[in-house]
Design a protein around this ligand. Sequence first.
Ligand SMILES: Nc1ncnc2c1ncn2[C@@H]1O[C@H](COP(=O)(O)OP(=O)(O)OP(=O)(O)O)[C@@H](O)[C@H]1O
Ligand SMILES: CC(C)(CO)[C@@H](O)C(=O)NCCC(=O)O
Ligand SMILES: [K+]
Length: 262
Amino acid sequence: MVHKHTQTALLQVGNTSTVLALVRQDGFSCHVYPTTRDSAAELCKTLLADSGLSGVDELYLGGVVPHVLEELTTCLGQVSSAPVLHLLDARLASSVIELRYDPPGSLGFDRVCKLLAASHLIPGQDCVLVDMGTAVTVDLLEQGRIFVGGLIMPGEQICLDALGQFTAQLPGLSLAEAPLLDDLQFGQSTLACMYQGVRQMTRAGVNAALRQALARLPGAQVLITGGGAPGFLNDAPDTGEIRHVPDLVLQGMAVLAEMSSV
Ligand SMILES: Nc1ncnc2c1ncn2[C@@H]1O[C@H](COP(=O)(O)OP(=O)(O)OP(=O)(O)O)[C@@H](O)[C@H]1O
Ligand SMILES: CC(C)(CO)[C@@H](O)C(=O)NCCC(=O)O
Ligand SMILES: [K+]
């Protein structure tokens, strides 16, 4: 008898991108889509039209845009060829990690996932988790099992959007179209000043947060993820060794999926 292999996938809805990750033996094979926050129906259509979902038997969903998750679940649930859907519940994590947060359930799904992933990657260790995504977060995990706190900063794109929106003379800029910034610290055009400004602000903010985090948890391992991570690492951070784990949220989702299927 031939046993059909079950294909499991994760769907991570971020504020900027939605990632469909097919679970492989050695990691994830990813398809990335823009999170169309105004139209979850559009995202659903895109997902179904693409080849990513074909052959997926079990799909675990989670993320930080509740209404999109809700609508996706409804919309995919109506398609007969769609995989079996499981909406992940981050509250399960509280059996492994003590969440010192008020209230604990308000800690973002992605942040919970990163804590879970770290507690598996480096069990029992102190660590600092940096996510340079839509928002930039720095979270502290003590002894691999106590979330002692963190902080939330605006991401670079949000900063650019805000400058464009709240001023008369500054344009709306996209990070995706940023010119290659050289080491010149100060710009000589509006665009260069804006790109340099938000880059330096983010960099300084993360470096400062890391210094404080490492004062609180000396010797902690620093893990970094998110779209802005490669750029940050390129810029020679102040702190010592930083480990880049691009799929940290997905790794945590996989742990959560495992926990929820037993
Ligand atoms: N080259 C870059 N340099 C700096 N920052 C970048 C770069 N590319 C992307 N970013 C930042 O990363 C953000 C996108 O992050 P990411 O790719 O992790 O998306 P996301 O997973 O949807 O975000 P989140 O999970 O935080 O909602 C952008 O909004 C921007 O602030
Ligand atoms: C902070 C973000 C936006 C980072 O992606 C996300 O984790 C979120 O929406 N969190 C909910 C609020 C909180 O974590 O306190
Ligand atoms: K909001």
